[in-house]
Design a protein around this ligand. Structure first.
Ligand SMILES: *[C@@H]1O[C@H](CO)[C@@H](O)[C@H](O)[C@H]1NC(C)=O
Ligand SMILES: *[C@@H]1O[C@H](CO)[C@@H](O)[C@H](O)[C@H]1NC(C)=O
Ligand SMILES: *[C@@H]1O[C@H](CO)[C@@H](O)[C@H](O)[C@H]1NC(C)=O
Ligand SMILES: *[C@@H]1O[C@H](CO)[C@@H](O)[C@H](O)[C@H]1NC(C)=O
Ligand SMILES: *[C@@H]1O[C@H](CO)[C@@H](O)[C@H](O)[C@H]1NC(C)=O
Length: 843
């Protein structure tokens, strides 16, 4: 019984395709893994939900409301299952919605993939996602000591493998069919790229290299011993490292590596009731890792053939590598298998809080900088010219400006200086939101990498005039404008920080800042932005660890033309990358970076970036847009189709995900971005278009003038101000998309994300755009009766488009009732709970 699993290499495959014939050097393919079980019981529902008025007395405390809701939902579940509210839960200041994230433990051991997110407003649950384990709690001790691995999934796996094989066959057929098309070399290489990274596929598990398991003494279970974790991590690394010689060496001399691995205890925690100690350690000297591997014992849910779900004991590893940052679950039992793996690094569109010590100044603490850059809105060097732009920072988002940060949060300052409580002013591309610099070496160091210095006058005016050269000199030619390109990357990244901040990606929701101004959230996590990163060509990527750890953006040169094109200068690519940080931190809560790992969820992680980049560059005069066209030197860009309202230009619908070639997150994301593009045009048709997506600057007292940007402020019956509503279609959709990310569950499907956007409109406007939103989604097949059958771990399944809209939207003469009334219920899920979206009207 074997099949083939394809890790998500779409990006790498495309990258390879851009190599000019005969110059196969210089292209690195980033290997990346992303898969995990689809939990059949995971659900997302939009409400409101109330349990027979029982919430009324606790209306004022959203956490109490959430607690009661969870208790109600879990009332029939074994008492060995406990829950706790995560401390990254928060209340969104703008909408008043409290996003409560709940963790489940069984026998005191965390169930790592059990997620509940409960969204509470005014004492009412407005929506929730729930993938908590509901089965009988196993005795964790028996899992520890009797962990003989059973292949319970055999026949289920066989079905999956067959599907995978047939998809591969279809794919090859489609290649033959399209052999006249110029796309073929690209796609063929894509397939070859995939097939070189095949793994033995065993249902929800990928086997780690067998050789290790076969070595005597290596396969035994090591309950409660660090060496068990070390063995498991070695096997994971043998599978995950892109360095084949390292992988072979680990398999040849495992004990040498094992002896070198040392553990540092992080904490011990008590198993509730059972008295065991479960380990949480840092493993040092793990081959292929660039930092100690955070390791803890956890449980994960594994679907069985009969539809039931069981728990499996795993080691959870956070493994930071050169090109990947994996969160992996590897079975505790040997032979160790990888149950799930999420790469916190996403490819491009391709082919301790300091007390509020630093005052919040009214003025920047140094002369405002100027930059010679392609201004905001100019997507790339073919769309306009450079000009001098001011450091137009947003006073709410960046109170210190872009070039200052407290010494206490400054990675370049010694601990003695850190105590000073003062703010450091810089004259380089080093600030509170972004550290931008060259990284020609392509490695992980960054603190002391080169940055341009603007001098005391803060003038970042550097030359950009690349000349046509011989190909072998193109790299040196690109390096000549490094000052300009770092400046551009810094400028674009800070504007993206400020823009997303104003739409609600703030400190409590997990944004990227060294210092959080005492506003909550975890700090010391500005974006590390590498310009001209030497680790690759024709791509870009972003790593999003949980809140409180720096995000890392790597931008590459593109050797698609001479002179080389520099991705740092294409705003769409930079925005796409930074949007990975946005969507990953907002989905499932700031502390959980594992919610957009694979399948539809991973695809949407790509799609939001394309959608936001395209929306940011769009203008009042409607136009279609390709993605990455300048850098890739291709009119239609790096996607299959430009984003367009025209069905001929872009025929993608939900069902398109079934097509061969749509397994990868980038292809899935392209479909999602196209759907959002169509939806956004519906809102623009209704509400018009605003030229600048930036809301007006706040008053000195911090309140925001409505101006032409927002509708006039409204107040609730009790006098509380209602959320500000962007007036225009393009600003409104950006707001709804961000608010939707906060409402949606961990591992959202297209349906969940669609429903979350519709729910976000209900919160923001009382649902006035209900029918425009449904009409837009339905135009691309995501109507209320769209469905997917037989979801598979890499995003497979058979999809059915629905182009209809809820009855209430069909015409003014229709009765104002839904097809299937989905009345507010008690939160049980035993009734009709498909994704029909027909839960209108709510109020
Ligand atoms: C930073 O700049 C401001 C304004 O120019 C100045 O008042 C402050 O002393 C500077 N801070 C340091 C540490 O030099
Ligand atoms: C850039 O400037 C040049 C010369 O000043 C002008 O000819 C060209 O049209 C400009 N390009 C764009 C895209 O505006
Ligand atoms: C970059 O700018 C610095 C001043 O910050 C200057 O000394 C240096 O020569 C410039 N480098 C290049 C390659 O132009
Ligand atoms: C859609 O695009 C096709 C191909 O470019 C074109 O022939 C057709 O006229 C377009 N349709 C509309 C409604 O613009
Ligand atoms: C904030 O300042 C503005 C403009 O000065 C004023 O209109 C508004 O009432 C102030 N708001 C508060 C809450 O003080």
């Amino acid at each position: 019984m074997r099949g083939l699993i394809i890790a998500s290499l779409a990006a790498a495959g495309l990258a390879a395709a851009f190599v000019n014939p005969g110059t196969s050097h210089q292209v690195s393919r980033r290997k990346t893994l992303g898969f995990g079980p689809m939990l059949p019981h995971a659900e997302y529902r939009t409400g409101p939900f109330d349990i027979a008025g029982s919430f009324l007395e606790s209306k004022d405390d959203p956490y109490e409301v959430a607690r009661r809701f969870v208790e109600h939902r879990m009332r029939d579940v074994s008492s060995k299952s406990t829950y706790s509210i995560r401390d990254d839960s928060y209340t969104d200041k703008a909408t008043g919605v409290t996003h409560v994230y709940v963790r489940q433990s069984v026998y005191g051991v965390e169930v790592a993939d059990a997620n509940m997110n409960v969204n509470v407003k005014d004492g009412v649950i407005i929506s929730y996602g729930d993938s908590f384990f509901r089965g009988a709690a196993p005795d964790v001790r028996s899992l520890l000591y009797d962990a003989s691995s059973t292949d319970v999934h055999a026949s289920h796996c066989e079905a999956l493998s067959e599907e995978m094989d047939s998809r591969l066959d279809d794919y090859e057929e489609s290649l033959a069919f399209e052999s006249e098309s110029s796309q073929v070399p690209l796609r063929k290489r894509n397939v070859l790229g995939h097939t070189s990274d095949l793994f033995e596929w065993n249902c929800a598990h990928v086997a780690t290299p067998y050789k290790l398991a076969a070595i005597a003494g290596f396969a035994s279970n090591d309950p409660n011993e660090v060496s068990g974790a070390a063995k498991a991590v070695l096997q994971f690394m043998a599978a995950a490292t892109p360095d084949t010689s390292l992988s072979e060496d680990i398999q040849a001399r495992p004990f040498a590596y094992l002896d070198a691995i040392q553990s540092m205890p992080e904490s011990h925690f008590q198993g509730a009731g059972a008295g065991e100690n479960y380990l949480a350690v840092h493993l040092e000297n793990v081959p292929g890792a660039v930092a100690p591997v955070k390791t803890r014992m956890a449980l994960v849910q594994v679907p069985q053939e009969d539809g039931e779900v069981s728990l499996e004991l795993v080691w959870k590893f956070d493994v930071e590598m050169e090109d990947n940052w994996y969160e992996a679950a590897v079975t505790f039992a040997s032979p160790h298998r990888i149950v799930s793996v999420v790469d916190w690094a996403s490819d491009s569109p391709m082919p301790a809080p300091v007390e509020a010590r630093a005052p919040v100044p009214k003025e920047p603490v140094h002369p405002a900088a100027t930059y010679n850059v392609f201004p905001w809105g100019i997507n790339d060097p073919e769309s306009g010219n450079r000009s001098i732009q001011k450091e137009n920072f947003d006073g709410l988002a960046s109170p210190l400006g872009w070039h200052a940060l407290p010494y206490a949060n400054d990675p370049q300052s010694s601990s003695a200086v850190k105590q000073s409580g003062k703010v450091r002013n810089t004259t380089t591309t080093w600030g509170n939101n972004v550290f931008a610099h060259e990284n020609w070496e392509g490695r992980n160091s960054w603190v002391h990498n080169y940055r341009p210095d603007a001098g005391p006058e803060m003038v970042f005016d550097f030359k950009y005039a690349p000349k046509e050269t011989e190909r072998e000199d193109a790299l040196e030619e690109a390096k000549k404008y490094i000052n300009a390109t770092i400046t551009q990357l810094f400028y674009t990244s800070n504007l993206v920080h400020d823009l997303y901040y104003r739409y609600g990606f703030d400190e409590v929701s997990g944004n990227f800042q060294q210092y959080n101004f005492g506003r909550g959230g975890k700090e010391n996590d500005a974006v590390i932005a590498n310009a001209q990163d030497g680790s690759g060509y024709n791509n870009a990527n972003f790593m999003t660890p949980p809140d409180g750890q720096n995000g890392r953006c790597r931008m590459y040169l593109w050797n698609t033309a001479t002179p080389y094109r520099d991705g740092d200068l294409e705003a769409g690519i930079v925005i796409h990358e930074l949007s990975h940080g946005l969507s990953t931190r907002l989905t499932g809560g700031p502390a959980n970076s594992g919610c957009l790992g694979w399948g539809e969820a991973g695809g949407m992680g790509e799609g939001w970036g394309d959608f936001l980049a395209t929306t940011i560059r769009s203008t009042k005069e409607y136009s279609d847009f390709p993605m990455g066209a300048w850098a890739a030197n291709r009119v239609n860009g790096i996607r299959n189709y430009p984003y367009s309202l025209n069905n001929t230009v872009n025929p993608s619908t939900y069902k398109t995900l079934d097509k061969p070639g749509y397994w990868g997150v980038h292809a899935i994301g392209e479909v999602w971005a196209q759907v959002l593009w169509v939806v956004s045009q519906r809102l623009i048709a209704k509400h018009g278009f605003v030229d600048s997506l930036f809301p007006p600057a706040p008053f000195e007292n911090g309140t925001v003038p409505a101006g032409e940007f927002y509708r006039p402020q409204e107040f609730a019956a009790d006098g509380a101000p209602k959320p500000l509503v962007p007036k225009h279609g393009n600003s409104l959709i950006v707001q709804l998309v961000l608010n939707g990310m906060k409402l949606q569950p961990c591992n959202p499907s297209f349906f969940d994300a669609r429903d979350a956007i519709i729910a976000a409109d209900e919160v923001l406007t009382g649902g006035e755009n209900y029918c425009e939103l449904w009409t837009g989604f339905a135009e691309r097949g995501l109507g209320p009766d769209a469905r997917v059958d037989g979801r598979t771990p890499w995003g497979g399944g058979i999809r059915t488009d629905d182009f209809s809209v809820p009855r209430v939207c069909k015409g003014a003469n229709e009765p104002d009732v839904p097809d299937v009334p989905d009345t507010p219920d008690d939160g049980d899920d035993d009734d009709d709970d498909d994704d029909d979206g027909d839960n209108w009207p709510w109020n």
